[in-house]
Design a protein around this ligand. Structure first.
Ligand code: FAD
Length: 514
């Protein structure tokens, strides 16, 4: 009798997790996610919200090398060059694969030629989209259907993975909490983390609110190494809706179609700032928008001049605007920068191996270096497909290293840490939004770090642990690079120097009875 093979456990059902699950065939996969129905509005994958599209060098005048160059320029050359070469080289195949799965990408008129859009940092039109600005939802629906039909995948949803099951120092499975609050341990041949980003840790984000870095907290608990967690991308054009943390996105493809960034007097914001003006890399535009808001000039996206069919090209953006009582055809849209993407993550190689045996990671939660210090627009859905497939196929075969005498190694749980209460999370979101924004001040990062570390509830929480890792990395990076930008009015000081100064000041204050 054949003993059943332990499944590969994939945590997360966004573009990366679903692609990995499919690629693992015929190895059995146990796919775990918080939300199930891919068309359900409650779906908490960032993938479902993606608007602009997927980058691929498909035009006759374009090439994978040119796509790669743009990726490196946006990433401030902090990228892993081999990862970039692989991503851009595989992009046309990824689009073919998605079309075969049934994704109906938009074509020019009635032809079967793909309608390629342009976004910031791309020197030519190379963005493939579906349903106008509903690309992510369309891709997720197609992948989800395939996964549901795949015989090698068992998909369990409505579960929260909150711990890694360890045998010695090897990952042997996960602990899940069900919707009814029950805990279960599930063993597997290896674990692939594909849990998405961290936007929900900030006061203004385009991400689902649940994107609070749980995958990073799991990795930290198992002592996996993180890479570049200080690099956070701000999207310059989130619709400014007062009082909300999760903000609707106004896709960069609008600027690709001719929309302009202006202040409240209609003066162009990007003029003279960058040679690519409104289509400059995101970090540059986000800092400019941020400065305009700070000094009271205001920041708006003007779409009134666009000769487009809104219902066909940007139905999602149009619906968001209308829901706020705005008409993008006639009114300037108030904007603000919002956390959009995490370039850093669990340190992995191109096959998804983390520093802990048996633990793999892919998608936004992972960092193989492909995005460098700043992601090029529309490269992350691409990353999810290209590396999702590579990591899924590899992890299915490679699994975890065999342990001699497994019974001699105790099983233990590396827990991600408890979740913060609503009020404490609010506090953390405001702090991080403030100190890890598009322009950073070293002393404030250090002070925030100290405050979190000194508060046991914050410091041992899942969100607090991730925040500490991000703050530490930001404080340690001495030079501005890509999305990590020091304010020019402050010279970064060493962490010790700032703590020393604060300690002296606090001691002085308490001695004088203040
Ligand atoms: C508004 C918006 C627009 C965007 N537009 C574009 C675009 O046009 N082009 C582009 O390339 N990129 C875009 N991005 C970025 C891109 O969408 C994401 O980087 C990408 O979708 C991330 O995919 P993922 O599979 O890594 O994670 P996600 O899609 O976020 O999926 C994460 C999955 O993990 C599950 N999960 C998380 N934690 C747990 C846990 N503890 N237990 C169980 N399950 C868990 C969730 O339920 C979910 O299924 C956009 C992002 C946003 C927010």
């Amino acid at each position: 009798m054949n003993t059943p093979r332990a499944p590969l456990i994939v945590v997360g059902a966004g573009i990366a997790g679903l692609s990995a699950a499919l690629a693992a065939a015929p190895h059995p996969v146990l796919l775990l996610s918080r939300t199930r129905p891919v068309r359900d509005v409650s779906n908490d994958a960032a993938t479902a919200l993606a608007q602009g599209g997927i980058a691929a060098a498909l035009a006759a005048t374009d090439s994978a090398a040119a796509h790669g160059e743009d990726t490196l320029i946006a990433g401030a050359h902090h990228n892993d060059r081999e990862a970039v070469r692989y991503l851009c080289g595989q992009a046309p195949h990824a689009i073919d694969w998605l079309r075969q799965l049934g994704v109906d990408f938009d074509c020019i008129g009635d032809s079967d030629g793909l309608d390629l859009g342009r976004e910031g940092g791309h020197r030519c039109a190379r963005i493939v989209h579906a349903g106008g600005d509903a690309t992510g939802a369309r891709v997720l629906a197609a992948l989800g259907e395939r996964v549901r039909a795949a015989r090698h995948v068992q998909w369990r949803c409505g579960v929260e993975v909150d711990g890694l099951l360890m045998r010695g120092d090897v990952v042997a499975g996960v602990r899940v909490r069900t919707a009814q609050g029950q805990e279960q341990c599930l063993t597997g041949s290896a674990v692939v983390i594909a849990t998405g980003g961290i936007g929900g840790l900030f006061a203004a984000t385009t991400n689902p609110m649940s994107a609070q870095g749980r995958g990073l907290a799991l990795a930290l608990a198992a002592q996996a190494v993180l890479r570049d967690p200080e690099f956070v991308q701000f999207h310059p054009t989130a619709l400014d809706v007062p009082g909300r943390v999760q903000l609707p996105l106004l896709t960069e493809a609008l600027r690709g179609a001719g929309a302009r960034l202006c202040d409240r007097h209609g003066r162009a914001l990007m003029q003279g700032v960058h040679q690519d003006s409104d289509l400059a890399p995101r970090d540059v535009v986000a800092r400019t928008v941020s400065a305009a808001l700070r000094d009271g000039r205001g920041a708006f996206l003007h779409c009134a001049g666009l000769s487009i069919d809104w219902a066909r090209a940007f139905p999602t953006v149009f619906a968001h605007c209308r829901a706020q009582g705005l008409d993008p055809r006639t009114q300037p849209l108030p904007i603000q920068p919002a956390v959009h993407f995490h370039m850093g993550g669990i340190d992995v190689d191109l096959d998804g191996h983390s520093s802990v045996p048996g633990l793999y990671a892919v998608g936004e939660v992972a960092c193989n270096g492909v995005h460098g210090a700043n992601r090029l627009a529309s490269n992350s859905l691409l990353e999810g497909v290209v590396f999702g497939r590579r990591v899924g196929a590899h992890a299915a075969v490679a699994g975890a290293p065999q342990i001699a005498n497994p019974a001699r190694h105790t099983l233990w749980i590396a827990g991600a840490g408890p979740s913060l209460t609503h009020n404490r999370l609010n506090w953390l979101q405001r702090c991080l939004g403030d100190v890890l924004g598009p322009v950073r001040v070293h002393a404030r990062i250090v002070a925030t770090r100290k405050r979190i570390a000194a508060d046991p509830e914050l410091a041992r929480s899942s969100q607090g642990r991730v925040a500490l890792a991000m703050l530490d990395a930001a404080a340690a990076r001495r030079d501005s690079l890509g999305a990590h930008h020091w304010s020019s009015v402050t010279v970064p000081e060493s962490v010790d120097a700032v703590i020393r100064k604060r300690d002296v000041a606090e001691a002085g204050a308490s001695m004088s009875g203040a």
